[in-house]
Design a protein around this ligand. Structure first.
Ligand code: HEM
Length: 406
């Protein structure tokens, strides 16, 4: 029997037809090893849930068999600091940072955050969507929202003079874990890392001196209450929130708008049932998920789904497969705003469950509202859509032209 074709992680199917991609993966069993790429792939919702919690696996690339810290340290020492000193990847400080985040994201802080995100999204969308014309939703809207939101939430707008320069370098850093970066891009990133390290340290210091209504001030207060975390831990965590919560979110926002504007019945349903917007958000994040994979690295020789996995092996969890698993989602190929998504793994599961889920859902919600309020007849110009198939980590529409309908 011929060996199965190697997994095409930069092909058209994974980007444009995730349901078909999911079917192809499922046909190869709950877990299979792609010999050409040298990693395992999880294709079932239930197994993914187990893996997200499995103690023989870690999310940090430090435990990958191919990770070489020394080479990285020599050439890109500041990037290495951001990658390896980040408390999210450290077993001792990770539970402490999670505790801090629970405390800092208090109900009153979440209310304030929602208002800050609403204002940031309004400032971006209103001038574009209330005018006749064509807007590139990817570059002119989705790409800006996560950065504008995070800088408003964190207090960057209040505490730093050079917000735009800060966001420019933050954006470069957001590609830190992309394995397809060229040496030149890595050098550019090291330059950005030096800038970000200095600015983030200054940001934390300023927030200590002038605490205000923002997340950095809340983090510092929570850290003082909990104890055991340094200002550097806060600084690295801020960077983790910025990198994890920006570029990948932008890709999801673009896909969400594409789905929302092309699923005419669902759009009409939401217009009739605006009070159900949270349900629509959950379904859109499942249906239009921007990430291709989550990943785990085996800490020791072990077994998974009855198969022998070696220490250092990489296991990918396909979001297309787990979000379209018919064992959990009836007719997964249908975008259905009335679906109950309580079992969806769009934001992960267990100890690494997305800490930015509330921020992300709020961004999607206010973006949908902007389209409903400012451009109710907006229409995607399908012929002008461009995909970046070479994005290793995300399904990326790089250009999404939309006629505002005025
Ligand atoms: C639609 C947008 C988003 C999606 C679909 C998403 C999805 C996820 C998923 C699936 C995980 C778990 C990864 C794993 O276990 O391997 C995760 C973790 C994480 N997310 Fe998000 N996320 C989004 C937006 C955000 C935002 C806006 C932020 C920050 C404000 C953020 C910050 C984080 C962080 C820091 C983690 C790591 C948590 C930990 O290790 O304890 N995410 N996200």
């Amino acid at each position: 029997m011929a060996a199965p074709a190697p997994l095409d992680i930069a092909g058209e199917t994974i980007c444009k037809f995730p349901v078909r991609f999911a079917e192809e993966l499922r046909a190869r069993g709950p877990l299979f090893r792609d010999e050409a790429m040298g990693f395992w792939v999880v294709t079932r919702h239930e197994l993914a849930k187990q893996l997200f919690m499995h103690e023989d696996f870690h999310m940090s690339p430090k435990f990958s068999g191919t990770y070489s810290s020394d080479v990285f340290a020599e050439k890109y020492p500041t990037c290495k600091k951001f990658r390896d000193d980040n408390p999210f990847t450290d077993d001792v400080r990770h539970p402490m940072i999670r505790k801090l985040l629970v405390k800092a994201f208090s109900p009153s802080a979440l209310k304030r955050i929602e208002a800050q995100i609403a204002a940031a999204i309004d400032a971006i969308t209103r001038p574009l969507l209330t005018q006749p014309g064509v807007v590139d939703v990817a570059q002119q809207i989705a790409d800006l929202i996560p950065y504008a939101a995070i800088s408003a939430i964190m207090g960057v707008d209040r505490l730093l003079q050079n917000r735009d320069e800060f966001l420019h370098h933050a954006k470069i850093m957001a590609r830190m874990i992309d394995p397809t970066l060229s040496p030149q891009e890595r050098e550019e990133m090291e330059h950005s890392a030096v800038f970000m390290l200095r600015e983030l340290q200054s940001l934390v210091q300023k927030a200590r001196q002038q605490p205000g209504e923002d997340l950095i001030s809340d983090f510092l207060k929570a850290a003082d209450d909990i104890g055991g975390l340094s200002d550097d831990d806060i600084m690295y965590s801020l960077m983790a929130l910025i990198t994890t919560g920006s570029t990948a979110t932008a890709f999801t926002l673009t896909l969400v708008v594409h789905t929302f504007l092309t699923q005419h019945e669902q759009r009409e349903w939401l217009r009739q049932h605006p009070e159900q917007i949270d349900q629509a958000v959950e379904e859109l994040v499942r249906f239009a998920h921007g990430a291709k994979f989550a990943y785990r690295f085996a800490l020791r020789d072990t077994t998974l789904a009855g198969q022998p996995v070696k220490r250092g092996d990489t296991v990918l969890i396909s979001f297309a497969a787990i979000s379209n698993d018919p064992a959990v989602f009836e007719q997964p190929e249908r975008c259905d705003f009335t679906r109950n998504n309580k079992d969806a793994l769009s934001f992960g599961h267990g100890i690494h469950y997305c800490v930015g889920a509330h921020v992300a859902r709020t961004e999607v919600r206010f973006l949908l509202k902007a389209f409903l309020d400012y451009a109710p007849d907006a229409r995607v110009l399908e012929d002008g859509i461009q995909w970046n198939l070479f994005n290793f980590l995300n399904r990326e529409i790089s250009c999404l032209p939309v006629a505002t309908g005025h």
